[in-house]
Design a protein around this ligand. Sequence first.
Ligand code: GTP
Ligand code: MG
Ligand code: ZN
Length: 369
Amino acid sequence: MNLNKLGFDDFFIAHFNNYKNKGYSPARVISQQKNNYLICYENGIVNAKISGKFLYTASVKKNFPTVGDWVAIKLSGNDTQVIIHAVLPRKTAFVRKLAISGGRKIENGIIVGGSTEEQVIASNIDIVFIVSGLDENFNLQRIERYITLAYNSGAIPVIILNKMDCCNCVDEYISKVRDIAFGIEIHAVSVLKNIGMDVFNQYLLPGKTVVFLGSSGVGKSTIINYLIGEERQKTNEVSEVNNKGRHTTSSSQLIMHTTGGMLIDTPGLRELQLWGEQNALNQNFDDIISIIAQCKYRDCKHDKEPGCAIKSAFEEGRISYDRFYSYIKQAEELERLSGRIKETEIYLSKKAKLKARILSDNRRGNLQY
Ligand SMILES: Nc1nc2c(ncn2[C@@H]2O[C@H](COP(=O)(O)OP(=O)(O)OP(=O)(O)O)[C@@H](O)[C@H]2O)c(=O)[nH]1
Ligand SMILES: [Mg+2]
Ligand SMILES: [Zn+2]
């Protein structure tokens, strides 16, 4: 395996020099499941694990190897199990902030302390495809957030509006996206109906890496399968017979393309977006969040639970029902998007939502906002 073809260029060669002198070999991470890595090195693809020393010193998540990383490995005699000793500096990286539940402290009603952590979703990428479906899940704000993160990555963002077969006003959507994506290429395609798929040719270049990002179900894996010409990545196809057989991508994976380009498939919303969205929600509603944090019970539904801080805040006029209601609305949107809301701290019962709405209607005007 020629490592240059995998993207091992002057940048990495320079950074690897130090390790080379100590007898290490370079390799690129192509997939990861906890501490089980699949890496590609000069002799092919092998399983790898992180060294004990590395585990001991890499305290934060973002220091661990991730898909797309170049790493320094030590080969043992038979090469069946190699050890990763270090991660080379990343040229680019798509990073998402994670909210760490439980990591927060409240002092005098204010959130303090490190409540977020960075997660590297893919690294050493040249192009970030922000994939969105032209269907009922289309969401301009979400695209906006992806653009911000893509720009932060250092790679070039490109917007792919997939499922154009589901939409009869494609131009309208393109112009909406154009308004928020100044100077970014926007391509409408349908992988299912094979419309406009040629646009990918210009991005699949030898030694270059592209990553597909976007919510679950937008068609990332379907596009990748189309591009590599085989059903390599399981897709979210639902069997019409029993409605079973959903296959959502669960971890990132780097795949070689015949052009010599590399494609990284990533898991959608269910794995990643939730915490990002939750984080954004927390930022928007930090007043509500800090009050909720003072509820006596962690799973307080803000209904009849004793020691509910939200209830007292209503009574004392410290927050408005309207604001609480819009928080619930957004949390509800999250719930729809993720289906994993019960695992988050913002789970609220249907009853509490209804009650907040009724109270909101009754008391409108009585409260000072
Ligand atoms: N109508 C239509 N459906 C599509 C198109 N592309 C993908 N789909 C369907 O959308 C569903 C989800 O596709 P996936 O490729 O699994 O989506 P994904 O983005 O990989 O989803 P995650 O792996 O969960 O992040 C599948 O049922 C696809 O058949 C398209 O162009 N048009
Ligand atoms: Mg997928
Ligand atoms: Zn409460």
